[in-house]
Design a protein around this ligand. Structure first.
Ligand SMILES: Nc1ncnc2c1ncn2[C@@H]1O[C@H](COP(=O)(O)OP(=O)(O)OP(=O)(O)O)[C@@H](O)[C@H]1O
Ligand SMILES: [Mg+2]
Length: 493
């Protein structure tokens, strides 16, 4: 770049008025949950092992208080931390730093409240505190970018009794409760608290899972919520893929079909924001902290049939600019050069996720497998398709043989069932609510399956069939073929 000479030019100070600038900083668009997460980020980087968060309802004096047992700040450090733009976004950061802009503490706090106070204590040092008060900064009688040396007595005591740590308190929560209203709604305040708690269960789940961090929210430990359900045996992980020489890692997961999940797990996902359909997509992490959840990044639209696909992307903190990380740490956009590879991964994952979703995983094509005993047979006649009950299916055959004098009646009954199968209704329902359809025997206890298999096996044994053959035949008979484990352990002596 050409060398510019500033010496000859007349200059004029154009510093922003503090009051209006601080008011503007409030409006970066933080949600309460994003603002809370920003404060937790700072505690994590200060090596805190525990963060306490309290939403304290007290009408228009309600407050939110954060406390951590991290390594705290000296007074000069705290004053520096209180400055908007305390550190340049261009400067290199420690690899474990969750910060970038030198703004989070200020912008996140002011997005929710009119006054915030920080009290901090380093090991074997006395504590220090400073406060930003918007009402003071914007008052016509006061001037400049001024912080105040005051703090609540109760808050000071909380830090005094600790070895080290930092407390951030938010007062006059004008963005959460309407301060000038006579009637405040406590219910709404705690509704916001609940939403925040659910959000941090997800955003910090990798810290919470490993025990690196504990978060105590209104006296209750926050549990991790893993979007990839990695604790479920039926979750299918893909091999990890790497990009940019290994600095970026991608790992896809296909979550289990509803029939393979405990109902409570299914409901838990359904009750999270947007439910199952909304939770599909990429999850972008920066230093294991979730930035962006459930977004296909414009690669595909969200479709009900893709709902079991969730893909983890891991970023380090030195690609913030390329990925367009924002101050709120709630946006990320992949660089154009990486999009084709991300698209290839996403499309392969959603295709497979769709198959699991339609539980076609191991379904055998009826017309192609001669030895296999289906309950229903597909038949084509004069170019028209229909389904008939397979009278040679071992269970039906056995029944017919055992009741020779009722054979005709049973056959008539089966005929009525065949002719009245509500095919169109089943197809319509399957299309409309594919994940609400029960799978065969999904609600039947194993006991029933076992007793049916046993009856067959005993009969075959009496006919002189070997144990080996009995097992093989059960494996080739619907619906027992789905219960390989029960077949292995079946006792029919
Ligand atoms: N709980 C805390 N314990 C110790 N130091 C803290 C704490 N919170 C903030 N700090 C210090 O204050 C500085 C400013 O924090 P702030 O959140 O405003 O910016 P940042 O974390 O550097 O970047 P970003 O804007 O991306 O969050 C931090 O860099 C850190 O040094
Ligand atoms: Mg920060």
């Amino acid at each position: 770049m050409e060398e510019r000479n500033y010496e000859q030019i007349r200059k004029q100070d154009a510093a922003p008025p503090a009051g209006s600038m601080m008011e503007s900083l409030r409006d970066l668009g933080y949600s309460t949950e994003a603002a809370v997460s920003d404060i937790i980020d700072n505690a994590i980087f200060a090596k805190a092992t525990t963060v306490w968060i309290n939403f304290i309802w007290d009408g228009n004096k309600s407050r939110i208080v954060f406390k951590d047992d991290g390594n705290g700040m000296f007074e000069e450090e705290l004053i520096q931390a209180m400055r908007p733009g305390s550190q340049s976004p261009a400067s290199a950061r420690d690899l474990s730093d969750l910060g970038r802009f030198g703004l989070g503490l200020k912008t996140a706090s002011l997005s929710q409240c009119r006054m915030f106070t920080v009290i901090s204590k380093k090991k074997s040092e006395s504590l220090t505190f400073w406060r930003w008060d918007l009402d003071y900064v914007t008052s016509p009688k006061t001037e400049g970018w001024t912080i105040l040396n005051v703090a609540e007595k109760g808050d000071i005591e909380l830090i005094e009794e600790m070895d080290q740590g930092t407390l951030v308190s938010w007062d006059y929560l004008d963005r959460i409760i309407e301060l000038n209203k006579k009637k405040y709604t406590e219910d709404y305040f705690y509704l916001v608290a609940e939403k925040v708690k659910r959000h941090i269960e997800m955003v910090f789940h990798r810290y919470l899972e490993t025990g690196k961090l504990k978060i105590i929210f209104n006296d209750i430990p926050v549990k991790a919520w893993d979007p990839f359900l990695r604790g479920e045996t039926a979750t299918q992980p893909f091999p990890e893929e790497i990009m940019e020489n290994g600095s970026i890692k991608i790992k896809a997961y296909i979550l289990p079909h509803r029939s393979k999940l405990d109902e409570s797990v299914w409901i838990d996902n359904e009750q999270r924001e947007g439910g199952w359909d909304a939770l599909q997509g990429f999850y972008i992490y920066r230093n294991e902290r979730l930035l962006l959840a459930a977004d296909w990044l414009g690669i595909t639209r969200k479709k009900s049939h893709y709902k079991l696909a969730r893909i983890m992307i891991d970023l380090p903190n030195n690609v913030d600019h390329e990925w367009q990380i924002d101050i709120k740490k709630s946006r990320a956009r992949p660089p154009l050069t990486l999009r084709p590879q991300l698209k290839a991964i996403a499309m392969s994952v959603v295709t497979q996720a769709e198959q699991i979703f339609r539980h076609r995983g191991k379904q055998i094509q009826r017309s192609l497998t001669g030895d296999f005993s289906f309950v229903w047979k597909e038949i084509v006649k004069d170019g028209r398709y229909f389904f008939r009950i397979n009278l040679e299916h071992p269970v039906i055959e056995k029944l017919l043989n055992e009741l020779p004098d009722k054979k005709k009646e049973i056959q008539k009954l089966l005929k009525i069932i065949e002719e009245t199968v509500p095919g169109p209704a089943i197809i319509a329902k399957e299309n409309e609510f594919p994940d609400n359809m029960l799978k065969p025997f999904e609600k039947t206890a194993d006991i029933e399956i076992i007793s049916l298999m046993k009856e067959l096996a005993v009969g075959w044994k009496q006919q002189g069939m070997s144990d080996e053959l009995i097992k093989r035949r059960l494996l080739m008979t619907e619906p027992f073929s789905d219960y390989q484990q029960l077949i292995e352990t079946l006792d029919y002596e």
